[in-house]
Design a protein around this ligand. Structure first.
Ligand code: RIB
Ligand code: CA
Length: 315
């Protein structure tokens, strides 16, 4: 008997890889996408919200899309325009969006959705954790209503925005501290995992052959993303960070995780925003995260391509 679809709230900062996470979540039969909430991150909130509406329109999204926090909780704002461009979703040309923002603030939409649930919703953040942390602080009753948090962020080893820190955590470390100390089951797709998901020309070619508008949008997004990832990091192919969250949620056999304690560095001059991952258990602290360590790469790409094929074939 097929399990019922997993109810999720997807919190995004589109962002090229966030856009692909939206594509997967919107169409996969194993996912019941209850809400898309938008946060400032890769670009300013005005731009990430517009990008979310453009993607929502392109994929025919029917759930609410709400804009949330425009600033981190404490630190000054940082953005990743070197990777995602001036618009935050450079590459494709979009028309006017056909999807409009929900009138509610994203923090309120998260709270309302969780309070109305049976505690069976997974929260999937793929940007800075500002919206999720604010919702937890504004309405603490939601914390126990979160079935699980599956997030893209952090790293056991090298960061990407600083030598020590990954962007989503670095952009709002205090929000990450709230979320990682919430006590809820948490799965962390850090850079150690996502850097195994390199979206090369072979993958882009397989997707283009699907012959549907969403597949074409994927290819246009990845071609831009590949160029900036090569320019900034020298990657031969861009790491497709955010969709790894959906991959684990839909088919956990694609990804191996290791339970460990993760602390967020809030005071280090050179390490602010680092996820300090206690791989060997030397702190003696109980694990608070299942940290993703190994990706079944061929099956991951099969998953991505098979899911994008669900958007049909033209002609
Ligand atoms: O460090 C990678 C993460 O930062 C991804 O979620 C990307 O979209 C950016 O938000
Ligand atoms: Ca993101």
């Amino acid at each position: 008997m097929t399990a019922p679809p997993r109810k999720i709230i997807l919190d995004v900062d589109p962002g090229h890889d966030d856009a692909v996470a939206m594509m997967i979540a919107a169409v996969h039969p194993a996912v019941d996408l209850r809400a898309v909430t938008v946060v400032a991150g890769n670009q300013t909130l005005e731009k990430t919200a517009r990008n979310a509406l453009n993607v929502a329109s392109a994929i025919g999204l029917t759930c609410p899309v709400a804009a949330g926090m425009s600033r981190p909780l404490v630190r000054e704002q940082v953005i990743a325009d070197d990777i995602h461009g001036v618009s935050g979703l450079d590459g494709p040309v979009f028309g006017e969006p056909t999807v409009a923002l929900d009138g509610r603030h994203a923090v309120d939409l998260i709270i309302e959705t969780l309070l109305a649930s049976d505690g069976d919703i997974t929260v999937v953040p793929t940007g800075p954790l500002t919206n999720v942390a604010m919702a937890m602080r504004k309405e603490p009753r939601i914390v126990e209503r979160i079935e699980r948090i599956v997030l893209m962020g952090g790293a056991c080893q090298l960061g990407n925005f600083t030598p020590a820190a990954e962007f989503n955590i670095y952009a709002d470390p205090e929000a990450a501290q709230v979320v990682f100390s919430s006590g809820r089951p948490l799965v962390m797709m850090g850079l150690d995992l996502t850097r195994q998901a390199l979206c090369g020309p072979d993958v882009i070619g397989r997707v283009r052959k699907l012959g549907n508008p969403v597949a074409r949008l994927f290819a246009e997004l990845m071609e831009f993303f590949a160029a900036t990832q090569k320019e900034v990091f020298g990657w031969e192919a861009p790491p497709l960070h955010d969709p790894t969250t959906l991959a684990w949620l839909i088919d956990p056999t694609l990804i191996t995780t290791k339970a460990m304690h993760v602390d967020i560095e809030l005071r280090g001059e050179h390490t602010y925003g680092r996820t300090c991952c206690d791989w060997y258990g030397v702190t003696g602290k109980a694990p608070n995260a299942d940290v993703a360590v190994k990706l079944d790469v061929p099956r991951f790409w099969d998953f991505i391509i098979e899911t994008l094929a669900l958007y049909g074939r033209e002609g």
